[in-house]
Write a protein that binds this ligand. Structure first.
Ligand code: FMN
Length: 177
């Protein structure tokens, strides 16, 4: 079982959740690769971020790849979008203005090789407004790319340090052979 986790995080909440998930999976899966999405350009203001998310802007992005199994190799590389070598793809983003963060929009738009894959979507959030519309939007884009099944969960920003809570979500979603 090979797992790819692709996420964006601005203030670190989604990163924290990703790290707990990866830590849980790393002994159980054959491979876990983590890809952090970094936009080449990003608005500095809250309003600018909201607008670019709300209008589903797609900035150019870098991927930073971490392979925890082989001790934190970190390489910056131009975007490599096909997750076809993985069995399970996990995508995580904060909710921004009821939407995914723009770097995730880019990934959703351009990724390929997801036919017949199992995809897990997760978001972190503050008020909780827009969680469902964000997840629905992500799912609608990926459904057009032939994804076989979706599982989804959401984590309040106030729970991102609660490892047991996060693991209960991920354990409830899939069991590793
Ligand atoms: C520009 C912006 C827009 C946001 N919009 C929402 C929103 O619509 N609904 C919500 O519940 N939280 C919203 N939040 C809160 C974030 O989703 C939340 O803090 C998240 O955990 C941040 O993740 P990160 O630390 O990985 O960047 C917003 C935060 C920012 C910066």
């Amino acid at each position: 079982m090979r797992v790819l986790i692709v996420y964006y995080s601005f203030t670190g909440n989604t990163k924290k959740v990703t790290e707990f998930i990866a830590e849980y999976l790393v002994d159980k899966a054959d491979a876990v690769n983590i890809v952090r999405l970094r936009p080449k350009q990003e608005s500095r203001s809250f309003l600018g971020k909201c607008l670019s998310a709300f209008f589903k802007q797609k900035p150019d992005i870098f991927e930073e790849v971490t392979i925890p199994k082989t001790k934190d190799t970190l390489e910056k590389m131009e975007i490599k979008l096909s997750p076809s070598e993985f069995d399970i793809v996990i995508l995580g983003t904060p909710v921004w203005a009821f939407s995914p963060a723009p770097a995730m929009n880019t990934y959703l738009d351009r990724c390929s090789g997801l036919e017949n894959k199992d995809v897990i979507l997760f978001v972190t959030y503050h008020s909780g407004r827009g969680v469902e519309s964000c997840l629905n939007y992500m799912q609608s884009i990926l459904a057009k790319k032939g994804v076989k099944s979706f599982k989804r969960f959401s984590i309040s920003q106030f729970k991102v340090n609660d490892k047991d809570f996060i693991l209960s979500k991920i354990k409830g979603i899939f069991t590793i052979r």
